[in-house]
Design a binder for this molecule. Structure first.
Ligand SMILES: Cc1cc2nc3c(=O)[nH]c(=O)nc-3n(C[C@H](O)[C@H](O)[C@H](O)COP(=O)(O)O)c2cc1C
Length: 329
């Protein structure tokens, strides 16, 4: 029988399947079902910095005309009051008691100043780790990329200084120099990075000539971008790497691990199938693939295809496809 055990953020996990922060991880009942389906850990649906600093009911009133589309989408799904700051802490305690798997809290934040005490409360509530979701639209024309990255690294440092919990950082995909930035996050105390968050899709309704928020589930087709960046980063940083985005099967999970991920986060596969069986299926397929290949444990193939030389112009660092392009002519 293949051994699927792995480690993430210093936590011993039964297998590499982590349920990603989303509506599937918003309540203790759902988390219990995820654990029954074999999921090794969950990242609880994010609470927003804005939610922590403001009373939720007050925020509901103030949402009208709010320019933050992200805050609006997440909050509308959970109001009124279901994911208030106190409720969030209670949920973590409940999840810890009932699910029997590691619980990773998640905070969507832009700065640490106003909510750092809350990070300690998350720790007291029994969370096993904390994920910082740096989900931010860089729309200020006066701020440089360097300023944004410096403030994000400083925030991570503030949080890691304030809590003993291992902290992981969920990144958006558009960083100019990702490997270097991940190293800065490591220096700031991050134990892991999550590659990547997916932005909410804003589409245009041509009849109404207005924008709307489109359902935003992935397919396996988006996985290669995560594989590329995990493989490029793995050999050049020490922290753990989670791949998030496009894992829908055991084969996808095997690819994520082979690129160098320690765990794979899954959201859409659960949301699309509208049940938790996706967990059992993914783990069953991963085991079957390992058996066919003769792998007894993840260690035997984890990181096998990571990049070891970033300057040889081969493999994942090759951005232009000379061979493929000439074949198409
Ligand atoms: C409806 C929905 C809600 C989400 N909410 C959150 C959230 O609260 N916090 C977060 O960090 N990511 C959130 N995500 C992103 C997921 O955690 C995950 O990173 C992303 O969907 C990629 O994984 P997938 O390809 O398996 O869907 C959400 C995704 C969806 C589809």
């Amino acid at each position: 029988m293949a051994d699927l055990k792995t480690k993430y953020l210093g936590l011993a996990l039964e297998n590499p399947l982590v349920a990603a922060s989303s509506p599937i991880t918003s309540s203790p009942g759902k988390v219990e079902k995820l654990a029954e389906a074999g999921v090794a850990a969950v990242v609880v649906k994010s609470i927003f910095e804005e939610q922590i600093v403001a009373d939720v009911s007050g925020m509901y009133a103030s949402l009208k005309g709010d320019s933050s589309a992200v805050a609006l989408e997440y909050l509308q799904a959970d109001l009124p009051g279901r994911l208030g700051p106190e409720k969030y802490l209670n949920n973590i305690s409940e999840m810890k008691k009932s699910a029997g798997i590691p619980i990773i809290a998640s905070v969507n934040c832009l700065s640490s100043a106003k909510w750092i005490d809350y990070a300690r409360k998350i720790e007291d509530a029994g969370a096993d780790a904390l994920e910082l979701n740096l989900y931010q639209m860089p729309v200020d024309p006066l701020i440089t990329s360097n300023q944004i990255e410096q403030s994000q690294a400083a925030m991570v440092k503030d949080v890691t200084d304030a809590v003993k919990l291992p902290v992981t950082v969920k990144l958006s995909r558009q960083y100019t120099a990702l490997i270097r930035f991940v190293r800065e996050l490591e220096s700031a105390g991050a134990r892991g990075v999550v590659l990547f968050n997916r932005f909410l899709h804003v589409d245009i309704n041509l009849d109404a000539e207005s924008v709307f928020y489109a359902p935003n589930y992935s397919t396996s087709g988006i996985l290669p971008d995560q594989l590329r960046w995990a493989a490029l980063t793995r050999g050049f940083v020490d922290c753990d790497i989670a791949i998030s985005g496009g894992i829908h099967s055991g084969v996808d999970m095997a690819k994520a691990l082979m690129a160098g991920a320690d765990v794979g986060y899954v959201c859409s596969a659960f949301m699309i199938n509208k049940d938790f069986d996706a967990g059992r299926i993914i783990l069953g397929e991963l085991t079957a693939w390992m058996n066919i290949k003769g792998y007894g444990s993840l260690r035997e193939f984890q990181g096998k295809l990571k990049e070891t030389d970033l300057r040889d112009g081969q493999g994942f660092e090759r951005a232009q496809y000379v061979k493929a392009a000439t074949e198409l002519e």
